[in-house]
Design a protein around this ligand. Sequence first.
Ligand code: ADP
Ligand code: MG
Length: 238
Amino acid sequence: MGRIQLKQVQKKFGDVEVIPPLDLEIEEGEFVVFVGPSGCGKSTLLRLIAGLEDTTSGNIEIDGADATDLPPAKRGLAMVFQSYALYPHMSVRKNIAFPMKMAKMPEDEQNRRIESAAKALNLTDYLDRKPGQLSGGQRQRVAIGRAIVREPAAFLFDEPLSNLDAALRVGMRMEIGELHKKLETTMIYVTHDQVEAMTMADKIVVLQAGVIEQVGSPLELYRTPRNKFVAGFIGSPK
Ligand code: ADP
Ligand code: MG
C-alpha cells in the first residue's frame, strides 16, 4: 500500500503551465521529499496527488488503480495540515476523532484508533486538553494524529513545520522520522528547506519551475548532482 505513480501529469492554471508533463514513481513505504524554491510547484504537485487540484492532463495511479478522477476522500491519502487548522474549542480527543465522526465510523473503532494514534504520538496524557493548553509541538502532533486515524495509504505534508521555531522544528523532524519508522507508511513531505530534505528523505525530488531536475537519495544528489541548480540547491561541493 502507498505506491503512487504520476504519468505525464500536467497542470495549467488558465494559460499558465505551472507543471509541464512529468513522470514520478513513489514506492510503498518511502519517505519522499519534494524540495525547491518558493513558487516552483511543490504544493501544486502535492495537491494534485491529494486530489485537491484537478490534473490538466496525465494520470495518477494509487496502488495500481487509476485515481486521476477520484475526489480527495476516496484516494485513501491523508494531508497533514499545519497545527493552526485544529479546532480550538474541541478537546484533543475530539479533534483527532473529527474525520472518523464525519465518516460515521462506529464509536468503539474510533476509540481504538484514537488510543493507538495517541500512543504513537505520545499524546495519551493530553487527550482531554484543548489545543490552547498544548505546546506548539504537541499541537502539531495532534494535527498528525488526525491523519493517522484514517489509516491512510500515504501521508502528505505541506511544510508542516514552517510556523514552528527553529529548535522545535528539529524536534518535530525527528518525531516525524520516528513515526515513519513505526508506521512504515509512504510519506510525501514538501519543504523549501534543504536541510530538512537532506535529513529526512529516502528519496528527494528536486523541482525548479515545475520541472523535476533530479530524483535520488540525499547521498546520490550530494555526490552526483545532475546540474548546477541541484548542486547549488543541495549545497554539494561540485
Ligand atoms: P510552491 O509550493 O513550490 O511554493 P506552488 O505550487 O504554490 O509553489 O505554486 C506554483 C506556481 O503556481 C506559482 O507560480 C503560483 O503562483 C501558481 N499557482 C498556485 N496555485 C495557483 C492558483 N490556484 N491559481 C493560479 N496560479 C497558481
Ligand atoms: Mg507551497
